[in-house]
Design a protein around this ligand. Structure first.
Ligand code: HEC
Length: 439
């Protein structure tokens, strides 16, 4: 080899190595910002519910270690589903792909470099916190109702506010609801309302009493948009029962009013399927489940509780939303079919008390269950020191309202079907599955 070529080859080799190294460590502008803008910015921005903004390189760099830790353990973005079992097709899945997680971890481990500033994507369009999330899709709601004002103290334990208001003069005849959304008022109410619901107690023209949820809210939960051709029937007069659970945020929030928005189907439209909205299935009290008294968690223990509910009609489940408190770790719903077959529908294995996420099934994947199906709900609590938010593993824990007490139930979006509707939907699914198979 000629003497002149050696330095040239060396130089080329060094350049190549430098290139590989540069390619190995992702940069903020080219690789990480697109992920943060898409999956984190709506909450991690100055007006969002996240504790810090992650819009600029400086912010992201400062929190790089914690970002890596939260995405690696799949705590952020908040999506606490067990990805190894059950149905995996959800409309509102916000989780990161393995590859995106890898990118963030390699970036943080490689010193969190900025990269070429000109590669930075444009700032994402951030949601206006004063608007309802469903407005983007449905336009403004047909009506809104407000709770009576409540002042949330700066520093206190959890607070509950359960006023009633009248529901009169808002609609003038029975109507079908297409969607609902409940939220605290902008900006501080959004931060103090941990979860809440408002139900309409009403009497129909035959004197039958019933109640329907016209807004359910929990941290991380959006509005409820019913599947196509599905509506919830409400009557023109009745009473609204509010149940609002506030968490103080270190500053007084004066005269807070929760707001529920309702979108209706057109006046003469009768949807094919009638839903009852989100319904509570308890593993902890009443009905055909074990009673609340069954929750007894000894100090330093991991405990499991199961409850069952038999469907007396066929049903379509559009979503599920687990509910436990600080010791909650996992919750699953399984179906035991009349022929004995058992199927895991969904399981949350990374539960966080801070979040009330509704896992909304894709329409074709939503469980379609025959009459006689047994729903088996399994709750796991961790009252040991391994649970990072356990306030005190030395305590006995029983059922109760406070975050330091426990609960065990799951909200499910329920549409009960006639036998004829069930047969039709089952046949439709089979047709779609076969058509998909032919492709
Ligand atoms: C739906 C709103 C929301 C989204 C989306 C979201 N976060 Fe968060 N994040 C929060 C809230 C609220 C908290 C505080 C409560 C908690 O830790 O669960 C938090 C906490 C965190 C923390 C811990 C902060 C601390 O003080 O230790 C990190 C780090 C974080 N988020 C990063 C991210 C990243 C990275 C993404 C996107 C990949 C993301 N988050 C998506 C709302 C959100």
């Amino acid at each position: 080899m000629s003497k002149r070529l050696v330095p040239l080859i060396l130089a080329l080799a060094t350049a190549a190595t430098a290139d590989v190294a540069a390619q190995d460590v992702p940069t903020f502008t080219a690789d990480v910002a697109p992920i943060l803008y898409e999956s984190c910015a709506r909450c991690h921005q100055p007006d969002g519910i996240g504790p810090m903004s992650l819009l600029t390189y400086q912010d992201a760099r400062r929190y790089a270690g914690r970002i890596a830790q939260k995405v690696e353990t799949r705590q952020m973005p908040p999506w606490h589903l067990d990805k190894t079992v059950g149905i995996q097709a959800y409309k509102n899945d916000v989780s990161l792909s393995d590859r995106q997680i890898e990118t963030i971890l390699t970036w943080a481990a490689g010193g969190a470099p900025e990269g070429d500033p000109s590669a930075l994507p444009p700032r994402p369009e951030l949601p206006d916190g004063s608007e309802f999330a469903l407005t983007a899709e449905l336009g403004p709601p047909d009506f809104v109702v407000r709770s009576t004002p409540y002042t949330v103290a700066a520093n206190a334990q959890d607070q509950w506010w359960t006023p009633t208001t009248t529901f009169e003069g808002i609609i003038d005849r029975p109507r079908y609801v297409r969607a609902t959304e409940l939220k605290g008022s902008f900006p501080d109410g959004l931060k103090v309302l941990h979860h809440g619901h408002v139900t309409l107690s009403m009497t129909d023209e035959n004197g039958r009493r019933s109640s329907r949820p016209i807004g359910r809210q929990g941290v991380g939960k959006g509005g409820d948009l019913f599947p196509e051709n599905t509506g919830m029937l409400i009557q023109p007069d009745g009473q609204l029962n509010w149940n609002l659970h506030y968490f103080p945020i270190d500053e007084v929030v004066e005269d807070e009013q929760a707001i529920a928005a309702v979108w209706l189907y057109p006046e003469d439209y009768v949807p094919e399927y009638e839903t009852v909205g989100e319904q509570r299935f308890t593993a902890d009290m009443g009905g055909d489940m074990p009673w609340a008294g069954d929750i007894v968690l000894p100090p330093h223990s991991v405990k499991v509780q199961q409850g069952t509910h038999v469907l007396d009609r066929p049903a379509l489940i559009s979503s599920f939303r687990p509910h436990m408190h600080m010791r909650g770790r996992a919750q699953s719903i399984e179906a035991i079919y009349p022929d004995g077959r058992r199927e895991m529908l969904g399981r949350v294995d990374n539960y966080s008390h801070f979040w009330q996420i509704a896992y909304e099934f894709e329409e074709q994947a939503a469980p379609l269950l025959p009459r006689g199906t047994v729903l088996l709900i399994t709750t796991t609590w961790d009252n040991t020191a391994d649970n990072p938010i356990n306030p005190d593993p030395r305590q006995w824990v029983v059922f109760g309202q406070r975050g330091v007490d426990e609960m065990s139930h799951v909200w499910m979006g329920m549409t009960y079907l006639t036998d004829e509707q069930f047969e039709r939907l089952s046949a439709q699914r089979t047709r779609i599955a076969q058509a998909g198979g032919d492709d």
